[in-house]
Ligand binder design. Structure first.
Ligand code: AP5
Ligand code: MG
Length: 278
């Protein structure tokens, strides 16, 4: 299974990705975690990303596409992955289409977590408090000022992906205002409805410890390794972004109709152009 989790900062992408990792035994590819690891390691990627991230902007497309291209190459990505925080711009989405097409891989779905903006600050503040309580270093971008910038960045550069994936019949929207457990259940339900997963998951999600020893920690370490290979990433990124602007790979009309029917039948909600603009 290959899915993307899409949503504004604090919408629960990381939380849900970790739960899905446990449940479906696939890996989480979080560009945010990878970039933070690169910053901590002081790698060339990290040096370029540091100030941009601290200011709530987006790291250039060629860097993140390179990081993801490298990571998808690794053996543990063969069984599938959850992209958390990537793509974040239309050129990134186009580069991903090309990457997957080249590797004969199919994207199953893009799960949009829809959360009221008014809830996001509270969630980020809770995360800060929780990290402090665990003695972990707090993210430099988790302040009200930077969150406002991250939200503005999301609206202008990332929200267009809702339309992008809706047009390609990949978008499934989940009410991210429900409890964490309810959101996980709903994601499982809609993924089963489109046939991306069995309706009986391998394992109930176990409580996940953030950072150090949990799944997030593993993602950081993997990200650190992949983002440290600067020159290889850069070459691949350059290749991937050169293709940006080409028409993206499309699912056959027949297959798209089949998925559409299944989703409609199970009641999963797809976002229309009108809703995406709302
Ligand atoms: P990234 O790390 O991806 O940050 P983000 O998108 O801003 O999102 P967050 O990680 O803050 O939130 P989340 O949605 O994961 O929520 P979480 O599960 O933690 O990116 C950071 C930066 O890196 C970017 O600003 C950019 O500079 C750069 N970057 C990354 N990817 C890039 C890319 N592709 N291109 C360019 N630049 C890139 O949940 C938040 C809190 O809410 C937690 O405390 C959680 O417990 C709680 N919570 C979760 N769900 C619920 C719920 N249902 N109910 C109540 N509380 C909940
Ligand atoms: Mg996150």
């Amino acid at each position: 299974m290959r899915i993307i989790l899409l949503g504004p900062p604090g919408s629960g992408k990381g939380t849900q990705a970790q739960r899905l990792v446990q449940r479906y035994r696939i890996i989480q590819l979080s560009t945010g975690e990878m970039l933070r690891a690169a910053v901590a390691a002081g790698s060339p990627v990290g040096l370029r990303a540091k100030d941009i991230m601290a200011g709530g902007g987006l790291v250039p497309d060629d860097i993140v596409v390179g990081v993801i291209a490298d990571r998808i190459e690794q053996p543990d990505a063969r069984n599938g992955f959850i992209l958390d925080g990537f793509p974040r711009t239309v050129p990134q989405a186009e580069a991903l289409d090309d990457l997957l097409k080249h590797k004969h891989m199919k994207l199953d779905a893009v799960v949009e977590l829809r959360v009221n903006e008014s809830a996001l600050l509270q969630r980020v503040e809770t995360r800060v408090a929780e990290m402090r309580a665990r003695g972990e270093e707090v993210r430099v971008d988790d302040t009200p000022e930077v969150l406002t910038k991250r939200l503005a960045t999301y609206r202008s550069l990332t929200e267009p992906l809702i339309h992008y994936y809706s047009e390609r019949r990949k978008l499934l929207t989940v009410d991210g205002m429900m409890t964490i457990e309810q959101v996980t259940r709903e994601i499982g339900r809609i993924l089963a409805a489109i046939g991306a997963v069995d309706s009986t998951p391998a394992k109930k999600p176990a409580p996940v410890k953030r950072g150090g020893t949990g799944t997030a920690g593993k993602a950081v370490r993997r990200g650190s390794r992949s983002s440290a290979v600067g020159s290889r990433s850069a070459k691949k990124a350059a290749k991937a972004v050169r293709k940006v602007g080409k028409r993206p790979a499309k699912r056959s009309k027949k297959a798209a109709r089949k998925v559409g029917r299944k989703v409609a039948k199970k009641g999963a909600r797809r976002v229309t152009k009108r809703r995406a603009k709302a």
